[in-house]
Design a protein around this ligand. Sequence first.
Ligand SMILES: [Zn+2]
Length: 118
Amino acid sequence: MDRRAFEGRCPRCKAGALFAGPVKFADRCENCGLDYTTFNVGDGPAAFLTMIVGAVVVALALWVQLAFEPPWWVHVILWLPLILLGVVGGLRLAKGWLLTTEYNRSAEEHRIDGSGPQ
Ligand SMILES: [Zn+2]
């Protein structure tokens, strides 16, 4: 697996940043000019990661509640940052991996006129 996929770096030059915001792709690589808008990783990673992070956090919250019976604010302090870090961090990893995989495999959307890759 290509390490660049998880570093948030341009799949072509390995130097430019992939992201302009926490989970938003930049329009293009500031180093080599690769146009990131031609790639389409879709919304699949967001729903999938939210369900995974949600299941892990609920399981941990139930365990902490049953084992320690802490006051409610302990749950807020523990789980809100974990949810944010899990979803945002996971999205950056998943979106970076998907875009790099699309680049490496020259994946494109299907064109109805047949001009795309066969
Ligand atoms: Zn680049």
